[in-house]
Write a protein that binds this ligand. Structure first.
Ligand SMILES: C[S@@+](CC[C@H](N)C(=O)[O-])C[C@H]1O[C@@H](n2cnc3c(N)ncnc32)[C@H](O)[C@@H]1O
Length: 138
């Protein structure tokens, strides 16, 4: 298992949590790995911090470094489908996030993944639609 982050502090924390994994400092939009080298790539609640161009580059890089039939999976914010959850998510994004998170919840990520070349994407929504879990197959 290999973890990548742009922040040395995040990597130090990750090394403490998972001492058996390898960790690499780098940018997700310039992954320092060869083509077709991973079976699975996961990112947890990080894509909402990326600018739209950067987001597309990251998804392209994930596609490049996955093996054929490899899986890209992520969890991140989503526009609530149950309006009861809208005030809570809006307050959270207003207090703790930037415009990139608001952009992300307006973005059809399944469509973007298809444009990039992923064959199939499965999206499941949680917490009144305010969180999405996506699995996309190369
Ligand atoms: C909100 S945190 C992710 C939360 C974490 N995955 C968790 O589940 O607790 C976002 C992380 O993305 C990293 N990051 C931000 N931009 C990045 C980039 N372009 N490439 C790689 N890592 C990046 C930050 O350093 C930070 O560690």
């Amino acid at each position: 298992m290999t973890g990548l982050d742009a922040s040395v502090r995040s990597l130090d924390r990750a090394r403490q949590n998972v001492p058996t994994a390898q960790f690499v400092e780098g940018f997700a939009e310039e992954l320092p790995f060869p083509d077709s080298s991973f079976d699975l790539i996961h990112t947890s609640v990080a894509l909402h911090e990326m600018q739209p161009v950067q987001l597309r580059e990251i998804l392209q890089q994930a596609h490049r470094v996955l093996k054929p039939d490899g899986i890209f999976t992520f969890v991140d914010f989503h526009q609530p489908t149950n309006p009861i959850f809208t005030p809570g998510l809006s307050l959270f994004l207003f207090l703790f996030e930037t415009e990139t998170a608001w952009n992300l919840i307006q973005t059809d990520l399944v469509k973007l993944l298809t444009e990039i070349g992923f064959q199939e994407s499965k999206q499941t929504l949680h917490a009144g639609g305010s969180l999405q879990v996506v699995q996309a197959k190369k």
